[in-house]
Design a protein around this ligand. Structure first.
Ligand SMILES: Nc1ncnc2c1ncn2[C@@H]1O[C@H](COP(=O)(O)OP(=O)(O)OP(=O)(O)O)[C@@H](O)[C@H]1O
Ligand SMILES: [Zn+2]
Ligand SMILES: [Zn+2]
Length: 810
């Protein structure tokens, strides 16, 4: 209509659990927000009936009036002054939602620091005051009552009853937990000109006030943190307040960052002279940076070949061209040495994003990146979403690590996201590993990725010599259950030479449990199909799946016998054996129990580096990245615990782990040795790990995968359904299988439905199907639809998981 002001409409993705769709809802932009609103901002919108308020993301703003004829609701408020997600992030979320079969809202939220995701508070509003006095007195003068999970059950029931009669309603508030840290600073108003007037006005006895005036004069034009100023000069908070009232100073609040690495020790380091092989790699990558080519490089370098130096010098090159760099490492708390090296080279230009940071620290690092104050970002999986612009290079260290894949929605692999961003920014992506995933190595074969090789160790060191010990034989004469005579002799030899030893205990699926020797009873979790694990530090039995905890039984709950004992090997037990076998050796133990505290992991490694211990005993967490010059012997106590798992990747995982841990030996100027104890000496994964022939392992494993129809020859998607009862879970999966057989071509294979390896977790029952296929044009659309439908499927309570390229089939 002419003359009428054109209204603005926003497309908003809303956060409604259990009612997700990937279609945005249209909202009217109120006139007072028209100037501010932009795509990528968070907002608060009404949803559904009543006064429910929820968080949303603005995807798009336009004059386009939707042709829906129902009433269009108004946006209530905007949570941001500037967009928190830029154009790139919005596009990436689109791609990710499609590619990983996820809801767009979970993709958008995943890209932001935790504190920027919505926190909701619920309260109850009394609509009708005509209720029991006992209930009425719970409400405040605004007729509101905070509603939380701790509410008394009886009251909760009554309130529920009132709600049915419409006497109360639930009100939702959206909280923004993203708080900026503010620090108070003092700015002096005292100058050489005005001080004498103030001094003269003081009584003779007012020495503190005189001192205050002098200190303020000393400040000159600098501002100083209030806390520091008070501490250094022994002033109280009140002294400062009075000085402010007298007009001697002003207080200003400034935004500051929480600095996560304030206390970390970093030595600065300068670039090293590259070896010939390193030089080839650096030159190729630098060229791609300059020419803005989005090539993917697979940097395949044996352990100790100096991959890190290649990363550092290519990052430096990007910085020289005024570009930025993104570097991904596996869980960062496990690779403190790597972080120190990057910080040592690039200092304050570096921002870190990892799970050991508090939410506040993470938010501050995120803002430093977003404002362009950090040019190099180092972080674990989710750092792949760091809000960097002008990216010149993306690096992913240990690209084969499965921790790069997130195992909740959105089930993305940081590797795929990194490659997507590389294309977006026209920059190279470098995937580095001594033992690349079969997928990446195969893409290198087909030149989808470009292979770069580092075949030799730095300083011309030989690869360590590896010896296999057949435990079936060795146990007959072993000095203790976990140490063969061969390994023990070697440890003694190396310790005598004042060298260091790393011992790895492979704990996967092999923790201590409690069993009755009389009747065979094993203590299991009441909620899950899994035995409870013994924790000596807390003296309790714990379930690693649901967190259930109970005390250690003294008597068998089944037959009342007292012959109930622990079985299996834990690091604590091995440590005890070590103390008995080698009473003089100093042992550092590193496992989940000793590294729970923040920074504990790093401190243990520093102590080992300072030779405060001779032996570092740990779980898989010691296999990667450690670079200690005096470690000359690596012992693997149990090589094959993962081999027995019914999973197509178990050989690959075993080979990678053994090669990585072997690589910790002999990295500097002394030769290294490795002893691997195994019950499967003939297994090809163990044999190739012994000779450290990645390429031969790759060729052999590829043949097997081809024959069995596994990745990387086939694409795979795993579908899992769970219910609180087994029959429904099973029935649902048969229904999905029937539908799939309509959608898929003859060449695709459907495995299952089968119950999951651990069928019951936290009292839910899990069934799964795996699809193996090459090309299925109708599959994606079917799965997207299945995902949306699953929220309203009958019977209620279904949880459906669709996992593209699953890490395991278990
Ligand atoms: N050009 C060089 N000259 C001298 N020393 C070097 C050079 N490049 C790397 N180094 C040193 O060699 C050692 C091994 O390098 P680095 O830790 O990068 O190996 P890596 O390939 O990452 O091994 P891994 O895969 O086992 O972690 C380090 O101590 C590093 O400082
Ligand atoms: Zn449990
Ligand atoms: Zn018993």
């Amino acid at each position: 209509m002419r003359g009428e002001r054109m209204s603005l409409y926003a497309q908003v993705i809303v956060d409604v659990p259990t009612m997700q769709t990937n279609k945005p809802y249209t909202y009217l932009v109120p006139s007072e927000l028209e100037e501010q609103i932009q795509a990528g901002m968070r907002c608060v919108v009404p949803f559904g009936k009543g006064s429910r308020k929820i968080q949303g993301f603005v995807l798009d703003v336009s004059n386009q009036k939707p042709d829906e004829d129902f009433e269009i609701k108004k946006i209530i408020s905007l949570m941001d002054f500037v967009p928190v997600l830029n154009e790139e992030a919005l596009q990436l979320a689109d791609w990710m939602a499609n590619y990983t079969f996820s809801f767009k809202i979970s993709c958008l939220q995943t890209m932001l620091p935790n504190v920027m995701r919505a926190g909701y508070e619920k309260s109850i509003r009394l609509l009708d005051e005509n209720v029991e006095p006992e209930i009425k007195k719970l409400f405040d003068q605004n007729n509101l009552l905070a509603f939380d999970d701790k509410m008394d059950a009886k009251i909760r029931r009554k309130i529920y009853g009132l709600r049915k009669k419409d006497k109360v309603e639930i009100v939702y508030h959206v909280n923004d937990r993203a708080r900026v840290k503010e620090t108070e600073f003092i700015k002096s108003k005292i100058t050489a000109e005005n001080i004498s007037a103030f001094l003269n006005a003081q009584r003779k006895t007012a020495t503190k006030k005189k001192r205050m005036l002098e200190k303020l004069l000393d400040l000159g034009n600098d501002s100083v943190e209030r806390i520091k100023f008070q501490k250094q000069n022994s002033f109280t908070s009140n002294d400062v307040k009075q000085a402010e009232n007298s007009g001697w100073l002003s207080l200003v609040s400034k935004e500051t960052y929480r600095n996560p690495s304030e206390n970390a020790t970093t030595e600065s380091s300068s670039p090293r002279k590259l070896t010939a092989e390193q030089n080839v790699c650096v030159t190729r990558i630098n060229q791609a940076i300059e020419q803005e080519e989005s090539d993917v490089f697979l940097l395949q370098g044996v352990t100790g070949s100096g991959k890190t130096e290649v990363y550092l010098q290519t990052i430096a090159h990007a910085l020289k061209l005024s570009k930025k760099a993104l570097m991904l490492v596996p869980e960062i708390s496990l690779t403190p040495q790597m972080v120190r090296r990057v910080k040592g080279r690039f200092g304050p230009k570096v921002a870190m994003l990892h799970s050991a940071l508090s939410d506040g620290e993470r938010f501050d690092e995120w803002r430093r990146i977003e404002r362009g104050e950090a040019q190099v970002v180092v972080g674990a999986r989710s750092a792949v979403f760091a809000p960097l612009d002008r990216i010149g290079i993306i690096i992913m260290d240990e690209e084969h690590e499965t921790s790069y894949k997130q195992d909740e929605m959105p089930r993305y692999n940081a590797r795929e996201v990194a490659i997507w961003r590389g294309k977006h920014h026209h920059c190279p992506v470098v995937l580095g590993s001594a033992t690349p995933s079969l997928e990446s190595r195969a893409r290198g074969q087909k030149s989808v990725y470009q292979r770069l090789l580092l075949t030799k160790r730095i300083n011309g060191r030989p690869m360590p010599h590896v010896e296999l010990v057949d435990m079936r034989e060795a146990l007959k004469s072993a000095p203790s259950p976990d140490f063969s005579a061969e390994l023990l002799t070697k440890i003694k030899e190396h310790l005598k030479r004042d060298e260091q030893v790393v011992l790895m205990l492979n704990r996967r699926g092999y923790s201590s449990f409690v069993m009755c020797r009389e009747c065979g009873f094993v203590l299991k979790c009441p909620n899950c199909d899994i035995s409870l694990t013994l924790h000596m530090d807390t003296h309790s039995m714990k379930c690693h799946y649901c967190g259930h905890e109970e005390s250690i039984p003294r008597i068998c709950p089944s037959c009342r016998s007292n012959k109930i004992r622990y079985y299996g090997t834990g690091t604590q037990k091995v440590e005890e054996q070590l103390h008995e076998l080698l009473p003089n050796a100093r042992v550092l133990r590193m496992d989940v129990d000793t590294t729970r505290r923040k920074g504990a992991h790093e401190r243990l490694l520093e102590r080992f580096g300072r030779h405060e211990a001779d032996i570092l005993l740990g779980t898989q967490m010691i296999a990667k990245g450690l670079d200690f010059p005096d470690v000359t012997l690596v012992g693997v106590l149990n090589a094959d615990t993962a081999l027995g798992l019914p999973d197509f990747r178990s050989s690959e995982k075993t080979f990678q782990l053994l090669t990585q841990v072997s690589g910790r030996a002999g990295r500097a100027d002394k030769n290294g040795e490795v002893v691997i104890q195994t019950f499967n000496k003939e297994h090809y994964a163990i044999q190739f790990a012994c000779t450290q022939e990645y390429e031969r392992f790759y060729a052999y494993e590829m043949q097997l995968r081809h024959r069995l129809g596994y990745p990387p020859y086939y694409f795979t998607i795993k579908i899992t359904a769970s219910y609180d009862n087994e029959a429904d879970a099973c029935r649902k999966m048969y229904e999905i299988r029937r539908e799939l057989s309509q959608v898929l071509s003859k060449s695709a294979k459907i495995l299952g439905p089968t119950p999951k390896a651990i069928m019951r977790v936290n009292n839910r029952y899990y069934y799964q199907i795996v699809i193996e296929y090459k090309k299925e044009p109708r599959l994606e659309e079917y799965l997207q639809d299945l995902l949306v439908r699953s929220q309203t499927d009958e019977p209620k309570g279904l949880k459906l998981i669709i996992d593209r390229d699953p890490i395991s089939f278990m």
